[in-house]
Design a protein around this ligand. Structure first.
Ligand code: 13P
Ligand code: SF4
Length: 357
């Protein structure tokens, strides 16, 4: 039964003590979050992996790229476990290493004659945290950097100091929303098509570009629409609308605020009793905030329940199974990033940490 499962997890945690730390992303279901030692957004969880040097094992209740990042940042002796190896991220899968390498080669050829005597590169690769370790390593090797939804503007500012343009992958929406907020005109943010000759964009457009957008997106956040915001405003005059920046640009523009999952949590925490708040992000976080603040009306912009199907693959049953393994001295579902990949990926992650105020 569920009660037995939760009792098993609690007993294993008790037995493993300080040797174990369980991290949980805000999008995890409550049955999992209740067992996490630390809950946060993807940046905070990466930091938590860095700041838990005493634990032998980090059990990461999130998705694959998050566990990979924890493994890259953790001490070499620490084990990182993803309770269900099928918990990936469809957005991260939209940029594979070969396609990014091929697009990069094409850009290098186009920009070959550009004058870089001022020390600024023609293009700086920026990868969203939601990407494979191989792409973070690509950025590490090519003077690039990693960003998360909580620091994308600061990271883009850093990138513009290093170069004339940015190649931003995999999330077109985070790239476009951040570039727009920084004053980059839309016509200087073309979306490339890595499958088409010339990347599907006129050469002059590629030369004039400031942010080259990869065509990736999040299937959860692309569902939010301006019509939903209009409807929320019509039904609840005075409603405050807050969305995640993986949402399409017109949605972010129509909202009152946009930011990472932790930004959304803080936005709600700063509201007043009686406030009405419509949220554009994953349903587990929205429902938890609604339960935590019963004196406010908090609802999801999308009336059709929209969980992140891969985050949802972390079931308490898997958590219990990996903890049972640890009790028996067996590390199940370990995430191990290849050493060479990890070395270069760490360079790009450390550039992000160094760029932050
Ligand atoms: P945060 O960086 O805001 O936690 O978002 C991670 C994510 O996967 C959002 O879809
Ligand atoms: Fe990936 Fe979207 Fe799920 Fe976040 S919500 S893990 S971006 S699929």
């Amino acid at each position: 039964s569920d009660d037995e499962l939760h009792a098993r997890i609690r007993a294993a945690k008790e037995a493993l003590g300080e040797r174990l730390v369980i991290l949980g992303h805000f999008y995890q279901r409550d049955e999992v979050v209740q067992h996490a030692d630390f809950v946060g957004d993807s940046f905070q969880l990466a930091n938590a992996a860095l700041t838990k040097p005493d634990a032998d094992t980090i059990v990461f209740c999130g998705v694959h790229f998050m566990a990979e990042t924890a493994d890259i940042l953790a001490r070499p002796e620490q084990h990182v476990i993803l309770p269900n190896l099928a918990a990936g991220c469809s957005m991260a899968d939209m940029a594979d290493e070969d396609s990014v390498e091929a697009a990069w080669e094409e850009l290098m050829e186009l920009y070959a004659d550009e004058d870089t005597s001022d020390g600024r590169a023609s293009v700086v690769p920026v990868t969203y945290m939601n990407s494979s370790a191989a792409l973070k390593a690509f950025c590490g090797r090519h003077g690039g950097i990693v960003c998360t939804s909580s620091n994308a503007a600061t990271v883009l500012e850093w990138a513009f100091e290093q170069g004339r343009r940015v190649l931003f992958f995999p999330d077109q929406h985070l790239g476009r929303n951040t570039g727009k907020a920084m004053g980059v005109p839309l016509e200087q943010m073309p979306m490339i098509n890595p499958r088409k000759p010339g990347l599907g964009v006129e050469p002059q457009e590629l030369l004039d570009a400031r942010v080259l957008l990869w065509p990736g997106f999040c299937s959860v956040h692309k569902r939010f629409t301006v019509a939903q915001i209009d409807q929320a405003r019509a039904q609840h005059p005075g409603v405050k609308v807050v969305v995640h920046p993986e949402s399409p640009m017109p949605v972010v523009d129509a909202a009152d605020a946009a930011g990472s999952t932790d930004f959304i949590r803080k936005f709600v925490a700063a509201s007043e009793p009686g406030d009405v708040i419509a949220i554009g992000t994953e349903i587990n976080l929205v429902n938890r905030l609604a339960a935590d603040y019963p004196d406010r009306t908090i609802f999801c912009l999308d009336p059709v329940i929209c969980p992140c199907s891969t985050m949802y693959r972390i079931h308490p049953g898997y958590l219990a199974w990996v903890l049972d393994g640890l009790l028996e001295g067996e590390v199940r579902n370990e995430i191990v990033v290849d050493e060479d990949v990890a070395t270069h990926a760490k360079v790009a992650l450390e550039r992000m940490l160094a760029a932050l105020p």
